[in-house]
Design a protein around this ligand. Structure first.
Ligand code: CTP
Length: 397
């Protein structure tokens, strides 16, 4: 969940600040990019050096560096963050956040941030119970900020009660759960096909194509990272997914057809990026064909067009996206396929574009919707192209 997420961690003046070292470590270990802001008081409890080393980023303590005059841009920091976490959040900082006071970098970033903000308070039990603090918490909740409630236990004052900051592990799982709930495709089922198909001629030979599966795997991974429950039906490939998904390996077009038909009724979004063989041998020899004659011809029959079949089965709650790989009259062919196969979007690849096509790590695409409106994209890595394709699909939901 936390992989590649940009997290601002605001640390306030509280003895619980010593736990922020563990917190940063856990966040970084989970793959997050963490930038830490310390209030002046927090720097008395934990050193910037410790947190800078653990977060692998300089720690921000003030609006500008006194010696160099380098300015810490609170607006940029606020916009950089996917999530802002204030842990430990002192009564003082909570009060400033609730009232919009920004006399330090942390609270200025809070006001600039557009992302979800989570607070994990830490203070003595009477401070926590005080009406002012509780009113401030209510205010923050009403702004949409999230509370990671303090626990009960022995406090720094020696008193026992509520006010102890949640443990770093609890904070990380609260944040992960928040991220999970924010995923735009949570609960949606998605089917993606990838790779080539191999049509057997005999036990040792086949008709195949140059598809590597890279594009389909990138799309499947992107959908999974958006929270979707992804089924990836793939032809023979060396590709590996980086996400948790339901991978079904097939070899031939007929096997891919059967697997797609089985999965289709259950999914809301289908993206057919596989390079399915259009023809398959009429018969497959049961033994290896010997080279007895000087000429040899193979009789082929058309395979069933999986995408067109799914287009006929499609209901109004389903989205179907196809690919078109073309070498001439690209746009006309793509639009023809979009209509003929009853698709919602078609992704056009032209082999005339440098950096597009099989086995490459890059691709250049144009997407047409049903109204034939086209969006042209720059050449990008297939991971970035997958993001563009998924964003276009998200616009239709
Ligand atoms: N496709 C499919 N089943 C097939 C052939 C193609 O599902 N038997 C799908 C591909 O996955 C792709 C789309 O159809 O999403 C277009 O594939 P493409 O090879 O570009 O076009 P075809 O429809 O096969 O037409 P042609 O070969 O004549 O260009």
């Amino acid at each position: 969940m936390l992989k590649d997420k940009n997290i601002i961690l605001g640390v306030c003046g509280s003895i619980a600040a010593y736990k922020s070292a563990t917190l940063v470590r856990l966040l970084v270990k989970a793959g997050a990019n963490v930038k830490v802001i310390l209030t002046a008081d927090a720097a008395n409890f934990i050193t910037p050096l410790t947190l800078a080393t653990l977060s692998k980023h300089p720690v921000y303590t003030q609006y500008f560096e006194e010696e160099t005059g380098v300015w810490s841009n609170h607006v940029e920091l606020g916009l950089w963050a996917d999530y802002m976490l204030v842990a430990p959040a002192s009564a003082n900082t909570l009060a400033k956040m609730a009232t919009g006071l920004c006399d330090n970098l942390l609270t200025a970033v809070y006001l600039s941030a557009k992302c979800p903000v989570l607070v994990a308070p830490a203070m003595d039990l009477d401070m926590w119970k005080h009406e002012t603090t509780q009113t401030n918490i209510e205010k923050l909740l009403s702004y949409g900020n999230l509370l990671i409630a303090p626990g009960k236990g022995e406090l720094a004052s020696g008193l026992y009660g509520e006010g102890r900051m949640a443990e770093p592990e609890e904070i990380v799982s609260f944040l992960s759960e928040t991220i999970r709930k924010d995923l735009p495709l949570l609960g949606k089922k998605v089917l993606v096909t990838a790779g080539p198909t191999y049509e057997a001629i005999d036990p040792v030979r086949f008709i195949g194509n140059h598809s590597s599966g890279k594009m389909g795997f990138a799309i499947a991974d992107r959908f999974a990272s958006l929270g979707a429950d992804v089924t990836l039906i793939t032809g023979p490939t060396a590709e590996k997914s980086t996400q948790q998904l339901n991978r079904i390996d097939v070899v031939s077009a007929a096997q891919m057809l059967a697997a797609c038909k089985k999965a289709f009724s259950d999914v809301q979004i289908t993206v057919m990026s596989a390079a399915v063989a259009d023809y398959t041998p009429v018969t497959t020899a049961s033994q290896k064909i010997k080279k007895t004659s000087s000429e040899f011809s193979l009789e082929l029959k058309k395979t069933e067009d999986i995408l067109a079949t799914l287009g006929k089965l499609k209901t109004k709650n389903q989205l179907l996206v196809g690919f078109a790989l073309e070498t001439e009259n690209e746009e006309e062919h793509a639009k023809g396929k979009l209509t003929r196969k009853n698709l919602d979007l078609i992704v056009l690849n032209s082999l005339n574009d440098k950096g597009a096509g099989f086995k490459m790590d890059t691709n250049k695409i144009t997407i047409f919707n049903k109204a034939f409106e086209k969006t042209v994209f720059e050449m990008k890595s297939k991971t970035e192209v997958a993001k563009d394709i998924c964003s276009e699909i998200l616009k239709l939901i």
